[in-house]
Design a binder for this molecule. Sequence first.
Ligand code: FA5
Length: 368
Amino acid sequence: MTNPQPPSSHQLAADVAAAEDSAIAAVARAGSAAELDRIQSEVIGKRSALARLNTALGALDPEGRRSAGASINAARSRVGGQIEQRRSMLAVTERRARIEAERLDLTETIALASTTGGGVPLPGGPVTRGRLNLVTQTRDELEDTFVALGFAVAEGPEAETDWYNFEALNMPPAHPARGMWDTLYLKLGKPETVLLRTHTSPVQVRLMERQKPPIYAVMPGRCYRRDTPDARHLPVFHQIEGLVVDRDITFADLAGTIEAFTTSFFGPGIHSRLRPSYFPFTEPSGEFEVTCPICAGVGCRTCSGSGWIELGGCGMVDPNVFAAVGIDPDVHSGFAFGFGIDRLAQVRAGLSDMRTLLDNDIRFITQF
Ligand code: FA5
């Protein structure tokens, strides 16, 4: 028996190229990571065509051996690269397939729950979109109304110092007018120096400190008082403050602004009136009232028999307030007002009791 002829370097190079091509084609056909593992051992493992070609190197001369060995190694490393590339592609595809298989279509459950009729009821009822509370809707609308009249919107903190809530508003310590607001004090610093603001008027002071006239701004926000809840009062409620400071501002501007606001917010049908009142930070001061929508002015429990509901206070900014913030009252004048947002919402929706706003009763909430 004669030994087979050893391959020439030329033949070996052709065999390496053919083994590489068939290895790369096999790798490209792998449909899963497990299949790829198997193909890997077939194409670059110990029994692979490329490994077998290594054994033929011994028959070549040293130069041919070196060059053929290098080309087998290069082919092996190219096939290895293709394997890694294929492995990452398969990992992405397999992950996608797994996510798709595990996906829970909750919308489908909801749709079925609301439409099965006689079928087996599925857990959970139809989910409808929530909506903003009537007070929030009213606040947004008030902001829009005043912005349309040329006002800017500003805000201030709910925890306030005695200075902003009282002193700068012309109420020094022990001033009897402080009793107009049942105040909740916080245990911070010296006793009775930090409080939950009783009205939005302190924001006026902060704004005038920050901004020089002309000022045309409204300041909505939450207020706190030790008030017992009843048909027209809540211990936590909302006000919108208004402030105008410019040259030659008169009471007629205040009355005109309130008239423009009332018409725009309530429509032309509602009656309103301004009557004299007292606030330490405005002089002269007034109270703004509208006809009680529950009894149409006849008198009922909601309006305590008066036929009118008070919506807020107003007046010309007191010169002492201007002095506290460094505005010259000989050059500038201004007016301010503060309306109850919950009260406005109550009147416009014709609610006999303000506490309904806190009920969280879906039948009530969905009406607005
Ligand atoms: C004030 O708070 C003044 N700061 C208003 C003001 C501002 C006057 C600027 C002059 C210039 P009064 O305490 O009256 O005023 O409250 C104003 C409005 O807030 C009331 O008319 C009412 O609509 C609303 N309000 C007051 N207390 C409550 C409460 N406990 N619950 C719901 N609304 C309230």
